[in-house]
Design a protein around this ligand. Sequence first.
Ligand code: SDX
Length: 429
Amino acid sequence: MSEIAKIELGGTSYELPVIEGTENEKGIDISKLRGATGGYITIDPGFKNTGSTKSAITYLDGENGILRYRGYPIEQLAEKATFLEVSYLLIYGDLPNSEELTSFTESITNHTLVHEDMKQFFEAYPPKAHPMGVLASMVCSLSTFYPESLDHDRGTEAKDLTIHRLIAKLPTLAAWSYKNAMRHPFMYPKNNLDYCENFLHMMFAMPTSEYQIDPVVVSALNTLLILHADHEQNCSTSTVRIVGSSHANLYASISAGISALWGPLHGGANQAVIEMLEQIANDGGDVDKWVAKAKDKSDSFRLMGFGHRVYKNFDPRATIIKKACDDVLEKLGVDDPMLEIAKKLEKVALEDEYFKERNLYPNVDFYSGIIYKAINIPTEMFTVMFAIGRLPGWIAQWKEMIENNEPIGRPRQIYTGENERGYVSVEKR
Ligand code: SDX
């Protein structure tokens, strides 16, 4: 017998069905509430208590620090899978067999080139253009080169082509946004390189010198991309879903997700963490002073990379990245003082009542920047790396929303403005 929720309004009792997920999560279904109660709605700024959909893609347990993609624990995927395998898993629902993986990989490899005309767009940007602004524009502009992608009712094969084009071209566009900012010549993708190798080649090779592929760097990048691949209904994913729910094309929906990810409270936090650590280092490294600032309500400073809407114990991704930090830096022979400051900051914060009371722990962004720095990714590219990792998750969530024929997203509101009043001519105001 499924559970029923009851509410009393104006002396009348209403019953609302309770739905239960495969991990025993429960939700009160209010989809009929407004009609049944004569206009009552619920309100929940930031949707802290509100589910927007039912999804079979990613499971998070914030209290126990659990993260699974299609049922597979993130720890196993990060250790054993490749990023393209995980992309296939998220988008199509199962790990690919060898034939499926070969076909998927070949399709991605064959679509890494970007239309030559797009190079002119890059040249119009100023040298210091933030690559997230460039990337969001370029991804939306891809739709103008593939006008057939605007047709919502195309079949599976056509949708898959757009999906493969996006996964293939995002690293190229990302690397070119970096080369453009450096005013360096663009490097073209190479079909003999794997996904991560190809990105590093396009980022760091020059026409006069090959990029020496370092397996430690490639492995670290593969792990980081997997850890960022999906995270259920976060801010940027919800943005992709709501834009896609209007039947805007997938390029436009992903471009909107890139824009939402840019914010320092979301994906932009990884850049903000390194800038914060450098600020603390330049200020003499007094970690206690900065933790006190983060607690001071009159001070706008927050400990970037700390806290999470869902994880109230620990972010399993942060645990994996923290372990990888020591390993990657040791193998690369990098001694980054920011790592020591980060560890001191974490120790002080985790022993502080303010952070403990609010369940504030390091999140995925706290340590990721230290590894990106170690593999020579420039700070302004950190959130671009997050976008490359999150792309398959955004696509999987968009695809699920479309295949489930979910309605256009259009929340209600409670109006708190002026009551009706008459127009007054300017002379009488
Ligand atoms: C990502 O949703 C996802 O899944 C996101 C993500 C993904 O994979 O998609 O995991 C990626 O975005 C990770 C988060 C990256 N952002 C940061 O590191 C920025 C710093 N963190 C915060 O701004 C904050 O913790 C959020 C935005 C992450 C979560 O904010 P919430 O859930 O809205 O919580 P809140 O702002 O209401 O904070 C609750 C309390 C407040 O204090 P009180 O009003 O109760 O006294 O905790 C305090 C906040 O002031 N607080 C912090 C803090 N984070 C929360 N105080 C100091 N430093 C912080 N970092």
